[in-house]
Design a protein around this ligand. Structure first.
Ligand code: HEM
Length: 328
């Protein structure tokens, strides 16, 4: 269902551009959207019923997950904006779709660019070794000391923004933005891909050069319009602070813990950088790369190993509550 959702969210529907033929649904996308909507609705109804059932069955019920929390909010009579059943379903869908595709897509692009310029690995790993002294893995508290890693991620988001057109916005009333008149009902697309490659704003925009962000106060919080991977303003990505943590920790530890190279016989120039357009913009061909450990061997053993069961498998216990992380 999500594959279909990602595809349909990214397609170019002719009826959106030539409204008077919209009703013909020439490409059949609207029909597919309606079918998907019905199918997802059945799925969400099932999930909500299951959660409601558990809530009623348990004495002293405490919310355990996102759906429990949303249902609790829906019951709150004091909410300024009332959350109804459709709102709960919409939020679940937003969070699952937003949370699943973007981060791995961005990491895959970062690794692809680095594999094309192996000298950049050296800069990144020197910084990571300095901060950890090669005695432990990279942690969240290290992020402020990792400007080069940050620059790699920013350069990745500039050259390969996951949401190339952000999300469509609609003018609810006639308005004027920066001297441009927008009539009510106008659909606005922000082409971050184009902004990120504009030669008026950047030197050599086609080149992947993390150094261009070093020592610059350019952030991804929506204030610097030359870099808007998460949008800007009230509708900007609500998951961005989680995303930054996920991207920094995974890329940092992938670079720190392993040496990476292309499969034997493959040259840097053979690595295709073609994209596929959808809700996210992943590589057209998945990246294949080889890794080997680069740290002292004891670091690869799990620290604080959970106990093993009789089959020799680790028994993992989920923490009773999430740790409280700091906002970057
Ligand atoms: C690399 C990963 C991600 C990127 C690049 C990204 C980017 C975006 C963009 C461009 C928007 C639209 C902003 C606009 O309207 O201009 C958006 C909206 C949103 N994102 Fe993300 N996102 C990512 C991951 C996530 C994650 C992990 C979550 C949640 C766990 C999330 C939750 C949302 C939600 C709920 C919205 C809708 C906000 C609204 O319309 O009010 N995103 N995201």
């Amino acid at each position: 269902m999500f594959d279909e959702y990602f595809l349909l969210s990214g397609v170019l529907n002719i009826g959106d551009w030539i409204p008077w033929i919209d009703f013909l649904d020439l490409q059949g996308y609207v029909k597919r959207m309606k079918a998907l909507c019905k199918k997802s609705d059945r799925f969400y109804d099932h999930v909500l019923d299951e959660h409601r059932f558990n809530r009623e069955a348990e004495k002293d019920f405490a919310a355990k997950d996102m759906v429990d929390l949303l249902l609790q909010l829906a019951d709150d009579p004091n909410l300024e904006v009332k959350l109804n059943n459709d709102g709960v379903k919409g939020l679940i869908q937003d969070l699952i779709t937003g949370g699943s595709d973007g981060t791995p897509t961005a990491i895959e692009w970062a690794m692809s660019e680095l594999l094309k310029q192996p000298n950049l690995f050296k800069n990144a790993t020197e910084e990571l070794d300095r901060v950890t002294s090669r005695e432990r893995w990279v942690k969240e508290k290290d992020f402020p000391q990792l400007p080069y890693l940050d620059a790699i991620l920013k350069e990745t988001m500039r050259l390969h923004p996951v949401a190339v057109m952000l999300a469509r916005h609609l003018a609810l009333e006639d308005c004027n933005v920066a001297g441009y008149d927008l009539r009510k009902g106008t659909r606005v697309f922000i082409n971050t891909w184009g902004i990120g490659r504009d030669p008026m704003l950047l030197n050599a925009p086609e080149k992947f050069q993390p150094e261009r962000f070093l020592g610059k106060e350019i952030r991804v919080k929506g204030q610097n319009f030359e870099l808007l991977p998460f949008g800007s303003g009230r509708r900007m990505c609500s998951g961005y602070s989680l995303v930054l943590k996920m991207m920094r920790s995974s890329l940092a530890n992938m670079l720190y813990g392993f040496n990476w190279k292309l499969p034997d016989g493959m040259k840097m120039e053979d690595l295709s950088m073609e994209e596929t357009y959808g809700l996210a913009t992943p590589r057209k061909f998945p990246l294949v790369a080889l890794s080997e450990p680069r740290l002292p061997v004891h670091l690869y053993h799990l620290q604080n190993q959970p106990p093993m069961n009789r089959l020799g498998r680790f028994v993992t216990r989920l923490p009773s509550r999430l740790s409280e992380g700091s906002d970057p």
